[in-house]
Design a protein around this ligand. Structure first.
Ligand code: FES
Ligand code: MG
Length: 574
């Protein structure tokens, strides 16, 4: 039976006034008549931007994707998508992840394309691109930016983010001079590409491979490695075939794919941010996934990858050691092997081709880099809808702890008082930060790994239990309890904590409790409600976001974006 014509032919194949309009204005971009004969039209959604190094090379990389598309008999058409530079945007790039997802979704749906190549890499661009593409469900493949080269400073490797946090604590403790601190800046980020630690960008690109949404090795190949250009070319080849075979995100993004992503996340000691991104993506494709899946599925896997912040090495080392295919191989019988991928092979087949070249960097399940890590999902009266913690980044002695709260009402309050010599704090205290959730900040910024009080740093204290409704950078570490839901701004019990309250954290038992009696909490709630201020943001994206954003345990997507809509648009534009 003959296949129906492609979606693009509903615009470019029409022999009438509408076809004239669609063709005339696209041919004038430099495309000859004959390419509109029914071959696949492939969009390239490109988050290229000069605002950050993570995506600055993507126009060049798009050129290699185009070669591959032409070679396979398709027509490449590149279009821009919002860039979300993690280190530049205020109040946080996360505020705009869902905006990128909306832009990508509607750009794909509204234009006469048959499939799409997603180009991005910085923390929030990867989930934003995936979420948008998943909600249209046309064939899609991911080509990541690739990590930047290892950072170098005075003969040592230094890692994006992780060493910023470490150095800045050393400066505050008086162990590093400010001049040395500034000198490390240009050695840390010294090529195009995403952060070279296992931060959120590297975590999300590894997860793209774990989900099966890219070719193998998409995650670890350095941004400037010639083989990334080859991978871009091959991805261009592949998307044309995916269109011909009608392989859609919904065919790839199954429950098994998400389970593989969680296994990979645990094995690499991935960023806590992946939790909200995977929950949001699962919501788009309608796969049942909840917070506890991360703890339960991830528990099966020890830490296999020795990368900062949980370990020692950087993404270049991970690439040379075998990258994600090698990790898939080490997962062995835990891997959901039948899961299909954008490559057309199963994850089991990809794993079979993975090999480890450096046992310092990638361990085995028998001799792992560290114990079972992943994320711990906590519940208790302080976080009725959950909170998370990354045990591989925490201090083991603090994973069970009881202490008195030192509360900061918002980030300004924290900055104003943290170094106050009179702050009633000691090494056993628990720092509590409010007002940093999705609605509160807004956008749920990466401030959960609050720096410690200077007076304790000077005494040699390097970690404390910290609790907030914020996220933390994937490059950060510490005994940091994050994503408390509901957030304080939404009236979660976090809003009611006061300095001096006792808090019990039982990591192994997965509990987080505020030891204040019910009657007192009810009294505080009444006072909290009476004192609520009028909303600060009354227009634009901020308002839409605050009015509709869901809590961390639901992935921080906007409530009306959950699910997907058809790629069909029947009405013409003129
Ligand atoms: Fe873009 Fe880290 S700032 S990946
Ligand atoms: Mg970040």
């Amino acid at each position: 039976m003959a296949k129906p014509p492609l979606r693009s032919q509903r615009s470019y194949g029409k022999i009438d006034r509408d076809g004239f309009i669609h063709r005339s204005w696209i041919k004038a971009t430099g495309l000859p008549e004959h390419v509109f004969d029914g071959r696949p039209i492939i969009g390239i959604a490109n988050t290229w931007s000069e605002l950050v190094t993570c995506q600055v090379h993507l126009r060049e990389l798009a050129g290699f994707v185009k070669r591959g598309i032409w070679e396979a008999g398709g027509v490449p058409i590149e279009f821009p998508a919002m860039s979300l530079p993690e280190t530049q945007m205020r109040p946080t790039a996360m505020l705009f992840r869902n905006l990128l997802a909306m832009e990508v979704e509607e750009s794909i749906r509204a234009n006469p394309i048959d499939g799409v190549v997603l180009l991005g890499g910085c923390d929030k661009t990867t989930p934003g691109l995936l979420m948008g593409a998943a909600s249209v469900d046309l064939p899609a493949i991911f080509v990541s930016s690739g990590p930047m080269l290892n950072g170098k400073f005075r003969g040592q490797d230094i890692g994006s983010g992780t060493d910023v946090w470490r150095f800045s604590e050393e400066v505050r403790a008086g162990d590093m001079s400010l001049a040395d601190f500034m000198a490390a800046e240009s050695g840390m980020s010294r090529s195009a590409g995403t952060c070279n630690t296992m931060g959120t960008a590297s975590t999300m690109s590894a997860i793209v491979e774990g989900l099966g949404m890219s070719l193998p090795n998409n995650s670890a190949l350095p941004a400037v490695d010639a083989r990334r250009r080859v991978l871009a070319h091959l991805s261009g080849n592949r998307i044309v075939q995916m269109v011909k075979d009608d392989v859609k995100p919904s065919d790839i993004l199954t429950r098994e794919a998400f389970e593989n992503a969680i296994l990979v996340h645990a094995a690499i000691g991935g960023s806590t941010n992946a939790v909200v991104h995977l929950l949001a993506l699962a919501g788009r494709v309608g796969v049942p996934l909840d917070l506890h899946d991360f703890d339960v599925i991830g528990r099966e896997v020890p830490l296999l990858v020795n990368l900062m912040p949980s370990g020692q090495y950087l993404m270049e080392d991970f690439c040379y050691a075998g990258g994600v295919p090698a990790v898939l191989n080490e997962l062995g019988d835990l891997l959901r092997r039948e899961a299909v991928t954008a490559w057309g092979k199963t994850q089991g087949e990809i794993a079979a081709g993975g090999e480890v070249w450096n046992r310092e960097v990638i361990g085995t399940r028998e001799v792992p880099v560290g114990p079972s890590s992943g994320v711990w999902v906590l519940t208790g009266n302080l976080c009725p809808d959950g909170a998370i913690l990354k045990p591989s980044a925490a201090t083991p002695e603090l994973l069970t702890h009881r202490g008195k709260a030192v509360v900061f009402e918002d980030i300004e309050d924290y900055h104003a008082r943290i170094d106050d010599p009179d702050l009633p704090v000691d090494a056993t205290s628990i720092l509590v930060l409010k007002g940093c959730g999705p609605k509160g900040y807004p956008g749920m910024p990466e401030v959960g790994n609050m720096a410690l009080p200077r007076k304790l740093l000077e005494l040699g204290v390097r970690d404390m239990v910290r609790i907030s409704d914020a996220r933390m950078s994937g490059t950060a570490y510490g005994t940091v309890i994050l994503h408390v839901a509901p957030e304080s701004e939404a009236g979660g019990p976090l809003a009611l904590v006061q300095t001096g309250d006792e808090i019990a954290f039982d990591g192994p038992g997965r509990r987080l409790d505020l030891l204040v009696d019910e009657a007192e909490l009810a009294r505080r709630r009444q006072a909290w409600e009476a004192a609520r201020a009028a909303p600060k943001y009354d227009r634009g994206w901020y308002r839409l976001y605050i009015d509709t954003v869901m809590q961390a345990d639901k992935g921080v997507d906007l409530d009306f974006l959950v699910g997907k809509s058809s790629a069909d648009v029947t009405r013409e534009s003129h």
